[in-house]
Design a protein around this ligand. Structure first.
Ligand code: AP5
Ligand code: MG
Length: 222
């Protein structure tokens, strides 16, 4: 299973990608998580990435493409992966296509999650992320069992620096300008399936699974 989760910031890409990765027993490859990890480690790439992330801007394509290519070449990605937050520009999508076709592989599904701006602002304002393992929840919509403590590893929950209202507005602008052209890109390839991201986390997961199952039936000729 090679699946791309697309959608604006706060659409629930990470939440759903995590659930899909568990369902299909494959890695959840989130470029945002990878860059946050690099920032935490203080690596040279992390220091550079932070300048862009704090402004809500995209990190330059060559850095992102190199990092993802290296990740999907790892043995645990041999049977598939869920891409979350990548590709985000047409140049990234083209690089991914080239790199997959070189390996005789292809993307199976591109799921685009649609959520209105007002809902995005609410979701991001209440999001909390684990400092240790990256687990995500929401103070109202999907709270942790103990306030401020990660359900997954017991780590401390914090609010992402780029979830301030000003940076969220910048991220939304960047999404509309640089990432929405990908909708047409994947539409033309016949891979795009748009679903509404309004509703509960489980409802959205079921919607994605319906699309995946439908496509499977079509391609296997059942
Ligand atoms: P990234 O980490 O990818 O951020 P993003 O795309 O802005 O998306 P988010 O992670 O904010 O939202 P999400 O869709 O994952 O939502 P979530 O599931 O958490 O990127 C961060 C930065 O890194 C970028 O700005 C850029 O600088 C850089 N970067 C990353 N990739 C890059 C690339 N390819 N190229 C260049 N730069 C790149 O859900 C949000 C909240 O809502 C949570 O609290 C969740 O619990 C809650 N929630 C989820 N679903 C529901 C629901 N159905 N109902 C109610 N609440 C819900
Ligand atoms: Mg995310």
């Amino acid at each position: 299973m090679k699946l791309i989760m697309m959608g604006p910031p706060g659409a629930g890409k990470g939440t759903q990608a995590q659930m899909l990765a568990e369902r299909f027993s494959c890695p959840h490859v989130s470029t945002g998580d990878m860059f946050r990890e690099a920032v935490k480690k203080g690596s040279p790439m992390g220091t550079r990435a932070r300048e862009y992330m704090d402004k809500g801007a995209l990190i330059p394509d060559p850095i992102v493409i190199g990092m993802v290519e290296e990740r999907i070449d790892q043995p645990d990605c041999r049977n598939g992966y869920i891409l979350d937050g990548f590709p985000r520009t047409v140049a990234q999508a083209e690089a991914l296509d080239t790199s997959l076709s070189r390996r005789g592989a292809a993307i199976d599904h591109v799921i685009n999650v649609d959520v209105e701006d007002a809902e995005i602002v609410k979701r991001l304002a209440g999001r909390r992320t684990c400092r240790r393992c990256g687990w995500t929840c929401h103070v109202v919509f999907d709270p942790s069992k103990v306030v401020g403590v990660c359900d997954n590893c017991g780590g401390e929950l914090f609010q992402r620096a780029d979830d301030s209202e000003k940076t969220v507005q910048a991220r939304l602008r960047v999404y509309k300008e640089q990432t929405t052209p990908l909708i047409q890109y994947y539409q033309q390839k016949g891979l795009l399936r748009s679903i509404t991201g309004q509703g509960s986390i489980n409802e959205i997961f079921n919607r994605i699974m319906e699309v995946v199952d439908q496509n499977h039936e079509t391609t296997s000729g059942e």
